[in-house]
Unconditional design. Structure first.
Length: 528
C-alpha cells in the first residue's frame, strides 16, 4: 500500500476551479518533488494532504495517507495526525517560529501535545532532535539569534520530532544561500533514509530537486502535466511546459558589453564594528567586526556581483554604501564625494543611488497607488518635477520596465510577483541614478519570472548607462548578469575578478566550495 495516494483530487473555491483531477502516489522512503510556477497548485495540494484547506473549499476525490482519507477525517483527528503522522516545513522559518519562545521549548511543544510526558523529558528529547538536525547552538536561544539556515533546521526538528511517516517541505531552501541550501537538502535526504519516511518536496526550481528527488511531478494551472522518475523525466521531457521550466532554470541573459570605464564608486579599506553584550557586569563591552578592510571599485556602466553565505557581511556593506550606516575606518565615495558626512548620509550622493529589495511586496506601502510608490525617490531631488513633467517621468519609468501608464492608478496587491519587481525597478530608475543595488532581487521569483526580470535588466543596460551591484546567493544568476564578481567570507573579500574567470577557474577554496555547492541541471536530453 502506498504511503500517500491522491486520487482524482479536484478543488473548487467559490466559483473557481483550483485543482483538476490530481493523481499522485508515493511510497515510504521515497522523495517526490512537486514543481511548477506560482499558482500551479503545488502548495494547495500540500495543504489538502495536511487537511488545512481554506474555508469555503469544496474538495472532491481522495487523499489517502497510510490508508486514512484526509478529506473524510474530522478536525480533532487531523490535529492528532499533524506532527505525529505528518509534518510540514514551511518556506519562511522566521514566520513559522514563535519569537518569544526558545527554540528548545518550541520543539518540545510538539512532543508535549502528542505524548504524555514531562516537560523535562520533552526538553531533553527536543535538545537531542536539534542536535540530530545539525544545530550546534543551545536550546535556550531564540529564533532572532539564529541565521536563516539555523532557523530552517529548527523548523525541521519540530516537524520530525515524533518521526512522522510523511514530511512535506514547502520551498524549504528558497531564501538560503547555496552552501546552506546544499546542507539542508542533504539533511532532508539523510532523515528520509534514517526514519524511512516519505518526503514531499515543493519547489519552483528543477535544479534544486534534480539530485535529491526520486520522482518529479510537474504542475501547471492546477493540473499534473507530466510525472516520472527523475532521471527519465529530465532525460526525456515530453510536455512543453516542463521543457519551458527547464529552459528557464538554465536561462542565460545576453548582457551588452559595458562601454564606460571611468571610476564611480570607490570603497577603500572599510571596516565596521558592532558592539556586543558584556560578558560580566562591569567588564569591557566586546565588539564584533563585520567588515575587515574591504576595498573595491565599480566603474561607470559596470555590472558587479557580490556573493557569499549569510552572515558574510553583504548586508552590512550594502547599508554602508547607501549611507545608511557609518563605518569606523576607511572611506566610501561616489564620484569622489563621501556617501556619509558627519552623522548623516550625504544627500547629494544619496540621490545618485537606488536599491531594489528582495521582496517588493513588503517594501511597498499597500495603501498607496503605484503612481505614488514609484515617485517616492523624488524627495531626494532639490527640485522635484511637478505636473506634466512628473507624469511624464512616471510613464517613462513604467514603460521602461514593460508596464503601462494605466498601471499607475492600481494598488500593489493587483500585480503578480514579477510585476511587483518591475515596479520596484521602475521606482529605482525614476531619478536616473548612477548606481542601483539589487539586493537578492530575483531569489523569491519563479524561474520563468526570474528569467523575464533578468532579461529586463539586460535590456535596461542597452537603453541607459546602468551600473549596478547585484547581490545574490544564486551563482548561476550572478554569472550571467555581471561583468565582475566579488566573493565575501566572514567580512572579508577573499576573491574578485572578471565573472567568467572566477567561475571557470576559482582560486580561493571558499569560492570553489560555493561553486561546488550550487545546484546543477543536466544538459537537456542527457541522463543525470
Amino acid at each position: 500500500m502506498s504511503l500517500l495516494a491522491i486520487k482524482d483530487l479536484s478543488l473548487t473555491i467559490g466559483e473557481t476551479e483550483i485543482l483538476h483531477t490530481i493523481d499522485l502516489s508515493m511510497q515510504k522512503g521515497e522523495i517526490v518533488a512537486i514543481t511548477g510556477e506560482s499558482g500551479s497548485g503545488k502548495s494547495i495540494t500540500a495543504l489538502a494532504v495536511m487537511g488545512l484547506l481554506p474555508r469555503g473549499s469544496a474538495p472532491r476525490g481522495e487523499v489517502l495517507l497510510d490508508g486514512t482519507d484526509i478529506l473524510q477525517t474530522t478536525e480533532p483527528d487531523l490535529c492528532k495526525m499533524r506532527g505525529n503522522t505528518m509534518g510540514m516545513v514551511f518556506q519562511e522559518p522566521m514566520t513559522a517560529l514563535n519569537p518569544v519562545q526558545t527554540i528548545g521549548d518550541q520543539v518540545a511543544e510538539t512532543i508535549l501535545i502528542h505524548e504524555k510526558t514531562t516537560k523535562t523529558a520533552a526538553r531533553k528529547r527536543a535538545a537531542a532532535m536539534l542536535q540530530r538536525v545539525g544545530l550546534k547552538v543551545a536550546p535556550t536561544r531564540y529564533p532572532h539569534e539564529l541565521s536563516g539556515g539555523q532557523r530552517q533546521r529548527v523548523v525541521i526538528a519540530m516537524a520530525i520530532a515524533l518521526r512522522p511517516k510523511l514530511l512535506i517541505a514547502d520551498e524549504p531552501t528558497t531564501a538560503l544561500d547555496v552552501t546552506t541550501q546544499s546542507r539542508i537538502l542533504d539533511l532532508l535526504r539523510d532523515l528520509v533514509r534514517e526514519f524511512h519516511m516519505g518526503l514531499l518536496l515543493i519547489t519552483h526550481d528543477l535544479a534544486v530537486v534534480a539530485d535529491i528527488a526520486d520522482k518529479i511531478v510537474v504542475m501547471q494551472k492546477g493540473r499534473v502535466v507530466e510525472t516520472g522518475q527523475t532521471q527519465a523525466l529530465l532525460a526525456n521531457m515530453e510536455h512543453p511546459y516542463t521543457k519551458a521550466l527547464f529552459e528557464a532554470s538554465t536561462h542565460a541573459v545576453c548582457l551588452p558589453e559595458a562601454t564606460q570605464s571611468a571610476p564611480m564608486l570607490n570603497v577603500k579599506n572599510v571596516h565596521r564594528d558592532y558592539p556586543m553584550a558584556r560578558q560580566t557586569l562591569l567588564g569591557p563591552r566586546p565588539s564584533f567586526r563585520a567588515l575587515h578592510d574591504i576595498s573595491f571599485q565599480i566603474n561607470q556602466g559596470e555590472r558587479v556581483g557580490l556573493v557569499g553565505e549569510s552572515g558574510c557581511g553583504k548586508s552590512t556593506l550594502t547599508r554602508a554604501i547607501l549611507g545608511l550606516e557609518d563605518v569606523q575606518g576607511g572611506q566610501i565615495t561616489l564620484d569622489g564625494e563621501p556617501v556619509f558626512t558627519g552623522k548623516h548620509p550625504n544627500l547629494a550622493v544619496r540621490r545618485k543611488m537606488q536599491v531594489v529589495f528582495q521582496d517588493p511586496y513588503s517594501s511597498f506601502n499597500p495603501r498607496h497607488r503605484v503612481d505614488r510608490l514609484i515617485t517616492e525617490p523624488f524627495h531626494l531631488l532639490e527640485t522635484p518635477p511637478t505636473g506634466q513633467a512628473r507624469r511624464d517621468a512616471m510613464t517613462k519609468a513604467l514603460e521602461d520596465v514593460g508596464l503601462s501608464s494605466d498601471d499607475a492608478g492600481k494598488y500593489i496587491h493587483e500585480f503578480s510577483g514579477g510585476q511587483r519587481q518591475r515596479i520596484a525597478i521602475a521606482r529605482a530608475l525614476i531619478i536616473a541614478p548612477e548606481l542601483i543595488i539589487f539586493d537578492e532581487a530575483v531569489s523569491a521569483l519563479d524561474v520563468s519570472v526570474r528569467a523575464q526580470v533578468l532579461d529586463l535588466i539586460a535590456d535596461l543596460c542597452r537603453k541607459r548607462p546602468l551600473a549596478y551591484l547585484f547581490i545574490s546567493h544564486d551563482l548561476s544568476v550572478v554569472r550571467t548578469v555581471t561583468d565582475r564578481v566579488i566573493v565575501m567570507q566572514a567580512g572579508k573579500i577573499v576573491e574578485q575578478g572578471e565573472t567568467e574567470t572566477v567561475f571557470a577557474n576559482p582560486q580561493h577554496p571558499y569560492t570553489q566550495s560555493l561553486i561546488a555547492a550550487a545546484p546543477q541541471l543536466p544538459t537537456l536530453g542527457m541522463v543525470v
